[in-house]
Design a binder for this molecule. Structure first.
Ligand SMILES: CC(C)(COP(=O)(O)OP(=O)(O)OC[C@H]1O[C@@H](n2cnc3c(N)ncnc32)[C@H](O)[C@@H]1OP(=O)(O)O)[C@@H](O)C(=O)NCCC(=O)NCCS
Length: 151
């Protein structure tokens, strides 16, 4: 397993992985490429063996000394093997190296795997937003806002 910084050349892989995340809204490759080319956006991928394509990615956007996790997905066949934890851990170290002291994210209430992953890395709940997420089957879900202090 290895983690590596991804650039816009991986936009198709990232869009495809995002599509496996179960989110209500997908990302098209063009949208991904634009995000990944933005200087304040950092995207890391996790690779298994010598494969050229990542099996997971995490993306965040930085503003001054704060960053927001925009998305993290591990392909379904590889979940539960600590790839998500390794990937997010490496990403947070990279953000710290770029001067980030606080990291924020929102996770859908009831997304047990993601919440456990974030708590494992030290994130703590700082609030809830009712009706924040549109659900794939209709209706809206509560977002749990979380924060991690890196400094
Ligand atoms: C969230 C996600 C990235 C985690 O990746 P992963 O490689 O499976 O995670 P890991 O194997 O590193 O496990 C991390 C933690 O989640 C827990 N976990 C993993 N899969 C789980 C599951 N299906 N149910 C409950 N807990 C689970 C692990 O036990 C571990 O918890 P611990 O540290 O307390 O022991 C992955 O499940 C995923 O891609 N989900 C769909 C996209 C998504 O929801 N992204 C988050 C949006 S906010």
């Amino acid at each position: 397993m290895r983690t590596e910084r991804l650039d816009a050349r991986h936009a198709r892989d990232v869009a495809a992985l995002h599509g496996q995340g179960g989110f209500a809204r997908g990302w098209d490759p063009g949208e991904c490429a634009a995000l990944m080319a933005d200087a304040v956006v950092t995207t890391d991928g996790v690779f298994v063996g010598s494969a050229a394509r990542p099996v997971g990615f995490v993306m965040s956007r930085q503003a001054a000394d704060e960053a927001e996790i925009l998305s993290i997905v591990v392909t379904p066949a590889q979940r539960g093997s600590r790839l998500g934890a390794s990937l997010l851990g490496a990403h947070l170290s990279r953000l710290a190296g770029r001067g980030v002291t606080q990291v924020f994210l929102e996770v859908e209430e009831g997304n047990v795997a993601a919440e456990r992953l974030y708590r494992h890395l030290g994130f703590r709940e700082v609030g809830r937003r009712k009706g924040y997420y549109p659900k794939t089957g209709g209706g809206r879900a509560t977002a749990v806002a979380m924060r991690l202090d890196l400094a």
